[in-house]
Design a protein around this ligand. Structure first.
Ligand code: EPU
Length: 425
């Protein structure tokens, strides 16, 4: 297993270019299953979850042509002319819970879908009951056996009024995709408003779907008989951009985060400003973040978009270990997303967990130590902490970070960080 060896104490300085969004690319790749015609996607990040999703598409019978060498931006052409195996097997789902995103498209296009049930993971139980409820309302028959969910819809799916009890991002995406080919109108209430949902709707609209309201809590989809090929560029990864913004703040550095969408990180920007960092828009698609040696403690509660993203909570918590005062970090989306806390404490942070709240007392000098990454964003938090720690930090299990950050060590090194990957034998 690869590790990162990081020597802290150097402010990040310079420019970084944001990659395409992993969490937008995953549903957009799944959407390619909705048509037999080729779909070309640009700015696909080269990260492990994307490789897993491509493997899953290939398993169903789709052809995948990498255009990166030609166009140099992670572009790919997917053609799902024949869906030979409309299923997501266990060995794929166990490494990537977002595999449930193929449930809706496969059921809608081929009338049958078989997806291994995802288990819990480090951050929580991760059930998919809302995907199942939605598909049932669209007329699919759902059977659970041998660890798999099977959806059968011999005829076409039928439009329905679906109200989500709680907001689910991939659940909303899955139902939008299923509804594009259903007969009649589908209304999704209490839908996720994340930019990744809006990006999916944009691709689907290019493919011939009729969707209104994506990006709001009520989405209306008029089903069509079939969808066609299209070409689309994925939006910027707001979580990667946010992670580097926090990197600038925590190291008292000065970083220009390029090719991002400032509005998508507005929740973080507000908190960084309150904490004493300077964040200014540098053109329509760039933010310049300057840290400060005297940061103030500022509370955060994670919420669905446009609130503060749970995917930035771990990184923000690392920042608060360096801020003056007590901050309360409340996690409302996942029940167990504080796995980074014990590792940060190992480096000298003072943090107490009370239920869904982490109470951070700062500033505390951090010192390099051997720490273990437990999930994708927790690993980013440990890397950020290591950048301000004295001495060397060895972050183990960086395969978690490789799931979702494109070339993170190269991007950090280009900003002056002393970070290197130690390959496992
Ligand atoms: N939930 C249910 N039932 C369901 C679906 C979700 O109870 O059927 C619960 C979840 O257990 C959770 C809450 O609803 O407590 C929200 O989960 P959601 O479905 O929104 O999460 P997700 O769609 O599985 C996506 C991102 C996550 C991100 C969350 C929340 C992708 C591929 N993943 O997950 O990203 O944390 O939304 O914003 O889009 C990450 O990138 O590190 C990551 C975990």
């Amino acid at each position: 297993m690869d590790k990162f060896l990081i020597e802290g104490g150097i402010p990040l300085e310079g420019e970084m270019v944001t990659s395409g969004s992993k969490n937008a690319a995953l549903p957009l790749l799944a959407a390619c299953l909705l048509t037999g015609e080729p779909v070309v996607l640009h700015r696909i990040p080269q990260v492990r979850d994307i490789a897993t999703m491509k493997k899953l598409l290939a398993h169903t019978g789709a052809s995948i042509e990498e255009l990166g060498a030609e166009l140099g931006d992670g572009s790919v052409r997917i053609c799902a002319a024949n869906l030979l195996h409309p299923e997501a097997p266990y060995d794929v789902v166990k490494t990537m819970r977002a595999s449930s995103l193929v449930l809706g498209p496969l059921a809608a296009r081929s009338g049958t879908a078989r997806v291994s049930l995802p288990g819990g993971c480090a951050i929580g139980a991760r059930p998919i009951n809302l995907h199942v409820m939605g598909l049932e309302q669209l007329g699919a028959e759902i059977v659970q056996s041998h660890g798999y969910i099977e959806a059968r819809a011999p005829g076409r799916l039928r439009g329905a009024h679906i109200r989500f009890d709680r907001i689910t991002v991939t659940g909303t995406e899955d139902m939008i995709m299923a509804a594009t080919l259903a007969e009649g109108e589908t209304v999704l209430d209490n839908a996720a408003r994340e930019p990744e949902v809006a990006d999916l709707a944009e691709l689907l609209t290019k493919m011939g779907a009729r969707i209104d309201g994506a990006g709001t809590a009520t989405i209306r989809i008029q089903g069509v008989d079939q969808l066609h090929g299209a070409e689309h560029t994925i939006i910027a990864d707001r979580i990667e951009a946010g992670t580097f913004m926090i990197g600038a703040a925590i190291t008292a550095g000065d970083v220009l985060v390029k090719d991002c969408v400032p509005a998508h990180v507005a929740g973080l920007t507000a908190k960084l400003r309150q904490a004493g960092a300077t964040v200014v828009e540098a053109g329509p698609a760039a933010l310049r973040v300057r840290g400060s040696r005297r940061l103030r403690a500022v509370d955060v509660t994670t919420e669905e978009y446009p609130g503060f993203a749970t995917d930035l909570q771990a990184q923000y918590l690392a920042l608060m270990t360096q801020a003056e005062g007590i901050s309360f970090i409340t996690e409302t989306i996942f029940e167990n997303r504080f796995m980074h806390v014990s590792e940060l404490a190992h480096m000298g942070a003072s943090i107490r967990i009370e239920g869904s709240q982490a109470i951070v007392a700062g500033p505390r000098p951090l010192s390099g130590a051997a720490v273990i990454a437990s999930d994708l964003r927790a690993s980013a938090s440990l890397v950020l902490a290591a950048l301000v720690a004295s001495g060397e930090t060895l972050v183990d299990r960086v395969y978690h970070i490789d799931r979702g950050y494109e070339k993170i060590e190269e991007k950090l090194a280009a900003l002056g960080a002393r970070i290197r990957r130690v390959k496992s034998k």
